[in-house]
Design a protein. Structure first.
Length: 319
């Protein structure tokens, strides 16, 4: 029997008989006791919780909770893991090497019939993303470890055309949003939690300081809070009324920002409410690609911004 087969047999024996000595395992599998010791060490190194008890009634056993868990995934679980791995790799998941090893192990301990079924479900499943920046991998790994262990970091960060600045941050969490990675971190320079694009980080170094992340903190919630309408202060929101073709309005109502700001929708009209800053910055660029398929009815501010942006673009190309 192969090494993998013997190791799997040891797991089955411990799962069924609860506790066995190395000699009993060796006799059962017809292998040397020293070989059993090597296999036990290898299983422990791979994360299997094997307990070793000495004494008259001693031997090897599995952690009780582990014995209650299934040793194998069913077909649906295997398929889901393969599909999730495809998404992760295309998103630039920083631990892709470990992910490949995990998928390889999953396939290794799958019989041929199951493997054929998995391959049928995965060969036509693809995720297309923009090219992944390989240089991000080192930064993402360091950030992930710092988030988990509470290591404060010093980073060199460049925002837009501004000169790069050195900042000290306490990384609270990583967010993947619209094909980009962000780190939510407490910035010691600004003394508040901010989001930083990981591809704008030019250098990272670990400090000797540690931090404690707030127990109630949610990277996802805080990240979206800075983007979505402030519903706690409705008096600061401005109405946006748009009429147009049904499909164009459908697309706008499904937009990541406008969808959260939707107040009312009819067949040819949509009513949104957003802050003035969003209307001046984000919204005009969302609407321009729809051309004459939509018409902004209000507010005047949004109409003015659309005219200014398109006029500036026309002048640029005319010159």
């Amino acid at each position: 029997m192969s090494k993998a087969g013997n190791m799997l047999s040891i797991l089955w024996l411990l799962k069924q008989r609860k506790r066995m000595t190395a000699s009993e395992i060796a006799d059962e599998l017809e292998i040397n006791v020293r070989t059993v010791y090597r296999y036990i060490d290898a299983l422990c190194a791979s994360g299997v919780p094997i307990i070793s008890d000495s004494g008259h009634n001693g031997g090897y056993s599995l952690l009780p909770l582990f014995t209650e868990a299934p040793l194998f995934f069913d077909l649906e679980e295997q398929k889901a893991i393969m599909h999730a791995a495809t998404f992760a790799k295309e998103a630039g998941y920083p631990f892709s090497d470990a992910l490949v090893r995990a998928v390889t192990k999953l396939k290794m301990y799958t019989n041929q019939e199951q493997l054929n079924k998995i391959n049928r479900h995965t060969m036509g499943f693809d995720v297309i993303q923009p090219p992944v920046n390989a240089a991000l991998e080192a930064s993402l790994k360091e950030l992930e470890v710092s988030v988990a262990n509470g290591y404060a970091l010093e980073m060199v960060y460049q925002r837009g055309c501004e000169p790069a600045k050195t900042r000290r941050i306490d990384p609270y969490g990583l967010v993947y949003w619209k094909n980009r990675w962000y780190v939510m971190a407490y910035c010691h320079l600004r003394r508040e939690v901010r989001s930083f694009r990981v591809d704008h980080i030019q250098a990272l170094s670990r400090t000797d300081s540690a931090f404690q992340r707030p127990a109630e903190f949610s990277a996802r919630r805080d990240f979206l809070k800075n983007l979505l309408p402030d519903t706690d202060n409705p008096e600061q929101l401005i109405s946006i009324r748009i009429q147009g073709r049904q499909q164009a309005l459908n697309d706008l109502c499904e937009h990541w920002l406008l969808g959260h700001a939707l107040v009312e929708r009819s067949l040819e009209h949509a009513h949104f409410r957003l802050e003035e800053q969003a209307i001046r910055t984000f919204v005009p660029y969302f609407l321009i690609p729809y051309g004459k398929a939509i018409q902004v009815l209000e507010p005047p501010l949004l109409k003015e911004r659309l005219v200014a942006i398109t006029s500036d673009l026309l002048q640029f190309y005319q010159n």
